[in-house]
Design a protein around this ligand. Structure first.
Ligand SMILES: Nc1ccn([C@@H]2O[C@H](COP(=O)(O)OP(=O)(O)OP(=O)(O)O)[C@@H](O)[C@H]2O)c(=O)n1
Ligand SMILES: C[C@](O)(CO)[C@H](O)COP(=O)(O)O
Length: 272
């Protein structure tokens, strides 16, 4: 693995292309209101500001000119996206039981479709539908010359507590120093081959790509993302996402791509 990173960073080695990878195979269990029946529509397909949630995410990625293409990793037997077409992204049923397995499946699919080990991959949650094209471009600018890669993150804005649960309910155990605490967001951008190796080694316990890289001793770069790049996780989050997208004027990026079923991707995506 370290050899792969060293090779990618060696003077004269090719810079590599940039790929998007969207894990989109979760069920969204925490997004179901307490007591409600289990819906058959995963949260990433819920309508938000006039579109299925994930289409806002994909619109932001479609606007990034430097991406060679974006793979959406969906669950086996998930046909939701079959009726949508874009020149900028495609979907494959390579999702797994955990987010890490879905990402591993997606990375292998990218390699099988012609991506190189030293190419960069930007892994981004389908459920972070408020990311903007500008933020993705900013992450690439900040990381493309970095020896490890990095992620969007948000410096903790609130006082941080640890909790203890006992007979008196959930109580504060302590207040924790937050000066060095950040909330990890996505995209998370690393070299494809190195990331695949790191995730396979760490397995399903890796809740994000950076932690797998950290486990190998690397120090991914923290790039400020912003409070609006939150992950739709709980029931209330849909209304918040809707409000922000509506305030932005719907999805301006999405409008640009709507109806362009046969559009040719500017970077010449080989898959269309
Ligand atoms: N087996 C899985 C689990 C999650 N994800 C994706 O990973 C992203 C972030 O995960 P999270 O918000 O935890 O989504 P869910 O696992 O769907 O949510 P929950 O834990 O509430 O069920 C989501 O876009 C989700 O679709 C995935 O591709 N494959
Ligand atoms: C990758 C991630 O979005 C970073 O914050 C997050 O860890 C994924 O969500 P999960 O709830 O940990 O699966």
């Amino acid at each position: 693995m370290t050899d792969l990173l060293a090779a990618a960073n060696a003077p004269g080695s090719p810079q590599g292309r940039f790929w998007g990878l969207i894990p989109c195979a979760g069920v969204g269990a925490r997004a179901i209101p307490p007591g409600a029946p289990t819906p058959d529509l995963p949260k990433q397909y819920h309508p938000v500001a006039g579109q299925p949630l994930v289409l806002h995410t994909l619109a932001a990625f479609a606007g990034v000119q430097r991406l060679a293409g974006t793979l959406v990793a969906v669950a086996p037997n998930d046909h939701f996206l079959d009726s949508y077409r874009s020149a900028a992204w495609w979907h494959l049923p390579c999702g797994g039981a955990t987010r890490a397995e879905t990402v591993i499946g997606g990375l292998k699919a990218l390699l099988a479709r012609g991506a190189a080990q030293h190419d960069w991959v930007l892994v981004h949650d389908a459920a972070r539908c408020l990311v903007t094209t500008a933020q993705i471009d900013h992450l690439i600018d900040e990381c493309e010359r970095d020896s490890v890669g990095g992620l969007l993150a948000h410096k903790l804005p609130d006082t941080l507590k640890t909790a203890v649960t006992g007979a008196n309910g959930v109580r504060v155990a302590a207040t924790v120093d937050r000066s060095d605490k950040w909330l990890a967001q996505t995209p998370q951008m690393f070299r494809l081959g190195v990331l695949l190796d790191a995730l396979v080694r760490m397995g399903a316990v890796a809740t994000d790509e950076a932690s797998a890289m950290e486990a190998l001793g690397h120090r991914p770069k923290l790039v400020p993302g912003g409070a609006q790049n939150f992950k739709v996780t709980y029931p209330d989050d849909f209304a918040l996402a809707e409000a922000v997208l509506t305030q932005r004027g719907g999805s301006a990026t999405l409008e640009r791509f709507k109806g362009k079923r046969d559009a040719v991707h500017p970077t010449g995506n080989p898959f269309f």
